[in-house]
Design a protein around this ligand. Sequence first.
Ligand SMILES: NC(=O)c1ccc[n+]([C@@H]2O[C@H](COP(=O)([O-])OP(=O)(O)OC[C@H]3O[C@@H](n4cnc5c(N)ncnc54)[C@H](O)[C@@H]3O)[C@@H](O)[C@H]2O)c1
Length: 651
Amino acid sequence: MPEPQPYDNSVNHAPKRKDILTNEEKKLALKNALRYFDKKHHAALAPEFLNELNEYGRIYMYRFRPKYKMFARPISDYPCKSQQAAAIMVMIQNNLNPAVAQHPHELITYGGNGAVFQNWAQYLLTMKYLATMTDEQTLVMYSGHPMGLFPSHKDAPRVVVTNGMVIPNYSKPDDWERFNALGVSQYGQMTAGSYMYIGPQGIVHGTTITVLNAGRKIDKTGEGLAGKLFVTSGLGGMSGAQPKAAVIAGVIGVIAEINPKAVQTRYSQGWVDEVHTDLDELLLRIKKAKENKEAVSLAYQGNIVDLWEKLANENVHVDLGSDQTSLHNPWSGGYYPAGLSFEESKKMMAEQPHIFKEKVHESLRRQVIAINTLAEKGMYFFDYGNAFLLEAGRAGADIMKPNGDFIYPSYVQDIMGPMCFDYGFGPFRWVCTSGNPEDLDKTDHIAMQVLEKIAETAPEEIQQQMKDNIRWISEAKKNNLVVGSQARILYADALGRTNIAEAFNKAVHKGEISAPIVIGRDHHDVSGTDSPYRETSNIYDGSRFTADMAVQNVIGDSFRGATWVSVHNGGGVGWGEVINGGFGMVLDGSEDCDRRLKSMLFWDVNNGISRRSWARNPGAMFAIQRAMQKEPKLQVTFPNLADDDLINSLI
Ligand SMILES: NC(=O)c1ccc[n+]([C@@H]2O[C@H](COP(=O)([O-])OP(=O)(O)OC[C@H]3O[C@@H](n4cnc5c(N)ncnc54)[C@H](O)[C@@H]3O)[C@@H](O)[C@H]2O)c1
């Protein structure tokens, strides 16, 4: 048994979680935690675990955190009997790398609560299973807990992950607090619990596309984005991509962040150009940037509410506005209310949760008043999928239309849905398991060539997307986006993803790329996620509260050749608000792999397009007909459009 380790204050720790368990439940949590250890250690571990539960609200088993450095090593460094399992170890260690993960010692990758595992025993046991399993076995993961290895076959997934899957009636935020404290469930976010996080780069591309397309919406005269002001909040896991994306899109990005550590992380990475703590100085700097039409990112180290109120009071014209505090998790560290310091908030959320909740509500109401003032003067504001509108509405802020809709669109409703998802464009990504930057250069080059070839004959409807994506990949290296493993994100449609993966597999086969490539995607995609206020917010046939698409997707991926699959409750917008799934696939250069990738990627994208088409979304109706023309074995039920006059004459 390793020695206990001192609590390391140099890293960013998860906030103390709610003390939610009764004494009887605490006994259960202890018994649950001790299940991982030989009885002879229980007397030593039980008081230690109880202390963690009382002190931090969870049992992380800090003593068992490995002493070795946590990062994605080259695949050849991992002991294994299955190359696929070794690739998964690469991905897990990347998700826990302190340079990548938000709260690495609590095994949280991003979003405040996006867990890879619940405790260090689960990590150690999982790595052991992966190191010893063969291609005739499948590892079964229940919310971070490795249930074990089960006999399967070489075409089956090596790992099947479920995170936070609970009976729907038990899916309120406090249920998560309770189940997680008991050690029986976890919040996997999207790419945390599915081992597919690739650092903030993953989101930079999506954020750039969003800012660019939001800019196109307000650019009525074609003057472009130079000198336009984009104001938002958050420099955390995903939100930290905003300053970088703002500069790539060519605007002035001003981002408020309350946590000084988060500000410093992004500043030291060069993702934020300047840090300001004084609002008057910041406003002068914004004025200068507007005059010079600079593409620059300015962090405001402070509360977003103070920034909005200052901008509204001083009549500053803001072109684009959003918010990326973690409002999917408002009561335990996702949102810091105005009027309290960072430290005061942390204390209050643990010790006086009811008063803290009131403070959050009051702060959201103030935030909306300032945003509304600026929106009346022409700012285009959009919800960034962080449950801002949902929570502001719950707080009683003036954010609803009389018919119950929000006055602002979600970025998926206005931008990502109709412009990207309906056509099948989504956050495809890959990781070079060699860890060699030269391999990444080669993949960038291959992907660009593939997209350029597709663009030659692509229809008008998707030309803009193709151009944006080709520009992205051609500039990706220059933008210095890698944090952690040698990875790349590239929005692509079904044809793009398939052709790129096929070309990578060939390059691995020929030895042009030195080790297997892992392909995957964010769950935030065409088919992977049912989330009524985000990914499926532009579904208008009444089915956006159903989750058939996400569940079908994971099942379909698993029998078409994915190396691992995952399905999660929660992710982005909150526990109980979304079902989402994803996959990982190891391209090892084999013929088998060529067969698998074609079958799986085709389904992984066209499943969602068919559902979007059935919901009568015009882009998806176009895209699925195109897919059917290319693949005669695809036969999708196509909607007939009823005449509104007929319906209205009846009701
Ligand atoms: N980037 C995207 O494409 C995308 C897409 C969908 C959803 N989201 C959502 O955006 C949210 C942010 O994600 P994340 O990974 O960055 O989370 P995160 O928790 O790592 O970062 C949020 C940051 O906001 C800061 N913050 C909280 N309240 C604040 C306040 N009042 N003023 C200033 N700063 C404040 C926190 O200190 C934290 O650093 C999540 O809810 C996520 O689901 C992002």
